[in-house]
Design a protein around this ligand. Structure first.
Ligand code: ADP
Length: 414
């Protein structure tokens, strides 16, 4: 089955075409046929498209909205010069899988999209005003472009639905949970689920033996405590603003800061949340950039004090969550790094895990240095009490696999 996987952000559309079926899933032989991204939708868009085995096509063109972006991709897919293996016309795409950020309590498992599911995703908009609307735009566009084709929604929040009440409730009046469903939902669930799945494969163990901490460190960052193969706790909350320090998001802060800024700066609620979402985190502390690569360079080349401070605060927050989750789980077998920073920065991994001798965590420096841009690798020393892995995430693959299983009505195996 050829699955088109769509991931629509506020001004971007990422896609992959993945050939997979139940046999390929079992044998881990799924095949990526093409991938691409259209960024800056709404203005002069930057377009990168690539059929596997062919040179990448890079161009810039005005693209009005997500519908126009999808049409651009469709024209490219069906262009005879494109040459995607096994795909000549649109009917060679057999199903579509959508990343949907927030499914709240009602949408947990990956599901075939119908009008009722769309209504429910719309109902979640107040909980994810930045994310669900572009996800829905992708769904509407795909329904128009591929009428009658099965479409599946896979939710970022889904994996965390197993968190117990004591971990997902905030210590605010219980009625607020009852009335508004204010609670921790957690995000990056497909990524944490993928890392847990790969870890199980690497170790050759059953799901109930997976007791790990996964650290997704990219532009958005989150940690997850996975016990017995299920999400026990995670750092993001009702929205993706809580938890670790991120590129531009603050992560955990004292909520009284919001009131303080409103009263003392004369800021509106929207302005304060704009600061917390877009002008905080690494960017806010350093005053330079949200890009970890550039911060590391500033620190190294120019001894920039605030770049160093931003990195130190970032790593210390990760460390605090590691400590909290080790305590909450009564010990873990492994810590797994993923995401752009987790997969590519030996230095950040080392700083997050420094001075954790009490837990017996020891990196193998050489292996840590080697683990850059690789698929998966153990980086802890032989005598480390807790193993440490780098595992490259692959949310698109899980979305494609879930799509196959939902379309064929086969329950999730993992
Ligand atoms: P997103 O969350 O948008 O998917 P990514 O997972 O691609 O983001 O992560 C982006 C982050 O990864 C950026 O901060 C970038 O600087 C960082 N990054 C990528 N490569 C490296 C590297 N070699 N060293 C340090 N940071 C890196």
């Amino acid at each position: 089955m050829n699955v088109l996987v769509l991931n629509c952000g506020s001004s971007s559309l990422k896609f992959q075409i993945i050939q997979t079926d139940l046999e390929a899933i079992k044998n881990d032989q799924d095949k990526v046929l093409a991938r691409g991204v259209i960024e800056r939708i709404g203005s002069q868009a930057i377009i990168t498209l690539r059929a596997v085995g062919q040179p990448a096509l890079k161009t810039a063109e005005p693209i009005r909205d997500h519908k126009a972006a999808l049409n651009y991709i469709i024209n490219w897919i069906t262009d005879p010069n494109t040459k995607i293996e096994g795909i000549k016309e649109l009917s060679d795409i057999h199903a579509i899988g959508h990343r949907v950020v927030h499914g709240a309590e009602q949408l947990v498992k990956s599901v075939l999209i119908d009008d009722n599911v769309i209504d429910q995703i719309e109902d979640c908009i107040p909980l994810a005003p930045l994310h669900n609307p572009p996800n829905l735009k992708g769904i509407y566009a795909a329904r128009d472009a591929f009428p009658g084709l099965p479409q599946v929604a896979v939710f970022d929040t889904g994996f965390h639905s197993t968190m117990p009440e004591q971990n997902y409730l905030y210590a605010i009046p219980y009625q607020l949970y009852r009335r508004f469903k204010i609670r921790k939902y957690g995000f990056h669930g497909t990524s944490h689920r993928y890392i847990a799945y790969r870890y199980r494969k690497i170790k050759g163990i059953e799901r109930d033996k997976v007791n790990i901490i996964t650290l997704h460190l990219g532009n958005g960052c989150s940690a997850c405590a996975i016990k017995g193969g299920f999400s026990l706790d995670t750092s993001m909350g009702m929205t993706p603003l809580e938890g670790l320090v991120m590129g531009t998001r603050s992560g955990d802060i004292d909520p009284a800061i919001v009131e303080f800024l409103i009263h003392n700066e004369g800021a509106t609620v929207e302005e304060v949340f704009n600061v917390l979402n877009k002008r905080s985190g690494l960017l806010g502390i350093s005053g330079l950039t949200n890009d970890m690569r550039d911060l590391l360079e500033e620190e190294r080349e120019h001894q920039d004090r605030r770049a160093r401070l931003a990195i130190d605060i970032f790593c210390n927050r990760v460390k605090k969550y590691i400590g909290a989750y080790i305590a909450e789980m009564n010990g873990v077998d492994s810590i797994c790094f993923t995401g752009g920073i987790g997969e590519n920065s030996p230095e950040i991994r080392a700083r997050c895990l420094s001075n954790l001798d009490f837990f017996g965590i020891k990196l193998d420096e050489e292996l840590n240095q080697k683990a850059v841009g690789i698929k998966e690798m153990k980086i802890s020393a032989e005598d480390s009490r807790i193993e440490v892995y780098v595992i490259a995430t692959n949310e698109e693959l899980l979305i494609a696999r879930d799509t196959v299983r939902v379309v064929l009505n086969v329950p999730r195996i993992w």
